[in-house]
Design a protein around this ligand. Sequence first.
Ligand SMILES: O=C(O)CCC(=O)C(=O)O
Ligand SMILES: [Fe+2]
Length: 331
Amino acid sequence: MTSAMARTNTDHIGETSVLELTSEERIEIEALVKRLTCAGPALADDPAWQARAREESCRLPHRLGSAVRAFRQDAGPDGTLLISNLPLAAEPLPPTPTVPDSVERTATGPAAVAVMLGCELGAVIAYRDEKHGALVQNVVPVPALAGSQSNGGSVQLEFHTENAFHPHRPDFVGLLCLRPAHEDQVGTQVASIRRAFPLLDEADRAVLRQARFLTEAPPSFHAAGLSSPHPVLDGAPEDPDICVDFHATRALDDRADLALVRLREALAAVACDAVLRPGDMIFVDNRTVVHGRVAFSPRYDGHDRWLHRVFVHLDHRRSRRLRPGNGAVLA
Ligand SMILES: O=C(O)CCC(=O)C(=O)O
Ligand SMILES: [Fe+2]
């Protein structure tokens, strides 16, 4: 195990789970990928292909399976699992896309890796109103979105729970790096409420547990959405879940706003940067961790930073009402 996670605050050297695959394990995964990319119709959104990917995911290296299982049981104090040395495509990578709502429909090697690992963790799902409902989405800088609070932007992306407004938000977000940024130091930022909670006083914790906050849908969602009033901290009083988006969540009163400001400070104090390299995939526990990204300077020259993103639910059945035909896409 090595650590690619650099803490911004060295007082909080963490227990981040990092699994570096051996070259033998990488070769094992390559064989599964080969079967998935050759089998027709190799389309990531085809339920038959997804079933094959689920089947092949049972053959992932044992060490990877057990790391994922342990992470699912308890994502740990940092709530992230970084898997490195994953195989990417044998053929040269095409230019990084630059269009909004870019997705990967073809079951390419990297798409197969992202879906298989997602299947190992749970059910891979998407939302009809976001990125065309595609299971494998591209996180790439887009000229028209440069200043936006979306993954197509290049300004600092505020800490957020993924799709915080949504009652069936993902349990986990997976990000697989295909190509690093030109600057090479563009970090996905993560901050765990388990680390930040001790920094909050009891009065702020109590306010954050009350339904005194509203959250809007992110710009990537093409249908407007607004949550009902919700708490930001929920669940076990001593080990709560977090649901907040520092761009899209607003407090309903001044005291709640103050608690939100202090929560943001506490999260910033424990934040760490994960600078993903090609072949790195990070899973973020969306119940206990908020994530964001540092600002960077894309060139839009086909060699910009490129990640694949997948969403995972642990209880597929719970969203059945929203999934027509029992498919993977929530309407
Ligand atoms: O660009 C990143 O590292 C993360 C972007 C993000 O928040 C997302 O794709 O959900
Ligand atoms: Fe995100």
